[in-house]
Design a protein around this ligand. Structure first.
Ligand SMILES: [Zn+2]
Length: 487
């Protein structure tokens, strides 16, 4: 465990030091659960987003894109159930004022106290401890318990505050995760909007617009990528859980009379798995599927599974896959009073399609590829990122910074390659140090211009993973890298 936390610390430190991820609002003392992406992180994030879009939208004939507003009508979130139900159960320590999620407090306590099961069976006699609670304790999953049941668990298990060790708790209560926005000068409900809590609702409310303005036919999907906002107060592991995050969501619409949701579900599982293992080249041994229990699954969902990645802090959700029936469209149709059904062109039948929803946190994909790529070797730290997502594809070095003709030649090569790839020019320090600096940010290839280059128009290309070098004619360089990136 110590070693694993150590790994997370090393990654967080590298991210700060090399310009991937900075703590948010840092010069003003920081703002909890916010992060800013530095120059390397920005490139990595953009590359992952582009890859996702290409894979799920560009390369498919049954998908279209959407980019809905971040600020949206309060009625959307009432219809979706988020205003009433989108709330975490929170608990406060009266002694040190720490506020935390009650489910996390209890689950962490269960996981770190081996005798807890024994302890809770000794209180079985207490009628108030129901079977439901005992089963939750044995599975270390308290999702689905009421605030009263959670309060009771904190009391009966005698859970101390992880911050100050005291046992002086407020009752557990719900805390809404949506960020309200006061719009313009209209007072009250009329001027009230919300920052979107998920990208999915923007898709549902535009379903009719997309059908009417494009040539889509069932089954088809609408994909959206963008920021969502949740007022989380749980300290996340780096960008794993943040109040502002990037989602990649797809609503795949189908007619349940014409398609089997089980088959579609299995297809989507394969597609998600394929993206992570083949496009991002993440090791399959670090991935697993987890089926949601009846308690944690939304009442309208027939089936939900999470693709989980083995982060240094344990297997955690990366990508959720849910069969949401036609719950959302039904809700929006009822509350907006607009007809959201579509007509089957052959039979004239009215259809309110069902959906399967693959929803991923792009920032989690980013953290996953960093963890997966982080490699310590005897004399260096290497980020073995797949070249397609590496921030820089190529670094160009003049062998010596003070030889004008070397610098000039390197600049020419840089100017040519930058038309094709994200490239960096570096002449500081000795070559060995420049290699190590590029290894640490995952640059797959380094090009060195030496004195021979001036004679034979060839350069040394050094491979990040193998450290092997080969001479390549300057005029072939862009083809050489294109071929490598396509393989
Ligand atoms: Zn406390």
């Amino acid at each position: 465990m110590a070693e694993k936390n150590d790994l997370m610390e090393k990654i967080v430190s590298l991210c700060k030091r090399r310009g991937f991820i900075y703590p948010g609002s840092e010069i003003y003392g920081g703002l909890a659960n916010t992060y800013d992406y530095g120059p390397m992180g920005t490139e990595l994030l953009r590359n992952i987003k582009n890859l996702w879009w290409k894979y799920f939208v560009q390369k498919r004939s049954d998908m279209v894109g959407l980019d809905a507003s971040l600020i949206s009508h309060h009625k959307i979130w009432e219809a979706s159930g988020h205003v009433a139900g989108f709330a975490d159960a929170m608990i406060d320590c009266k002694n040190c004022k720490a506020r935390m999620r009650a489910d996390h407090l209890i689950e962490n306590f269960i996981e770190t106290n081996a005798d807890v099961i024994a302890r809770s069976t000794t209180i079985v006699g207490d009628e108030a401890i129901s079977k439901k609670i005992l089963s939750a304790v044995s599975k270390s999953k308290v999702e689905g318990l009421s605030v009263e049941e959670l309060s009771l668990l904190v009391e009966k298990l005698k859970i101390p505050c992880p911050n100050c060790e005291k046992r002086n708790w407020t009752p557990v209560r719900k805390f809404n995760l949506l960020f309200p926005v006061q719009l313009g000068i209209v007072e009250g409900e009329g001027g009230m909007g919300y920052l979107r809590g998920e990208t999915a609702q923007g898709i549902f409310i535009n379903f009719r617009n997309v059908v009417d303005s494009t040539r889509v036919r069932l089954p088809f999907g609408i994909a959206q990528m963008g920021k969502s906002f949740r007022n989380e107060i749980t300290p996340g592991n780096s960008v794993f859980r943040t109040i502002e995050f990037e989602q990649g969501e797809i609503e795949y619409f189908f007619d349940p009379d014409n398609a089997s949701w089980n088959e579609l579900f299995e297809k989507w599982k394969n597609t998600m798995w394929d993206f992570v293992t083949r496009e991002l080249r993440v090791m399959a041994t670090n991935l697993r599927w987890r089926v949601h229990t009846n308690e944690e699954r939304s009442f309208y969902s027939e089936r939900t599974e999470d693709l989980e990645y083995k982060f240094p802090f344990g297997f955690k959700e990366l990508w959720g896959l849910a069969y949401r029936t036609n719950y959302d469209l039904t809700q929006h149709m009822n509350i907006s009073k607009k007809d959201l059904t579509i007509t089957d062109p052959h039979t004239g039948k009215k259809i309110l399609p069902h959906v399967i929803e693959p929803a991923v946190g792009i920032n989690r994909l980013l953290l996953m590829v960093l963890v997966d790529a982080y490699t310590e070797e005897e004399k260096r730290v290497v980020l073995k990122l797949h070249p397609r997502i590496a921030p820089y594809k190529v670094a160009v070095f003049p062998l010596l910074a003070n030889k004008e003709n070397l610098v000039e030649k390197a600049k020419e090569i840089y100017d040519d390659l930058k038309e094709h790839f994200m490239v960096v020019l570096d002449d500081r320090g000795n070559i060995g140090k420049r290699y190590l600096a590029q290894d640490e940010i995952g640059t797959p290839w380094c090009v060195t211009v030496d004195f021979d280059s001036l004679e034979d128009d060839m350069v040394t290309v050094r491979d990040r993973n193998t450290t092997q070098q080969e001479r390549v004619p300057i005029k072939n360089l862009s083809n050489y890298f294109h071929n490598k990136l396509d393989s």
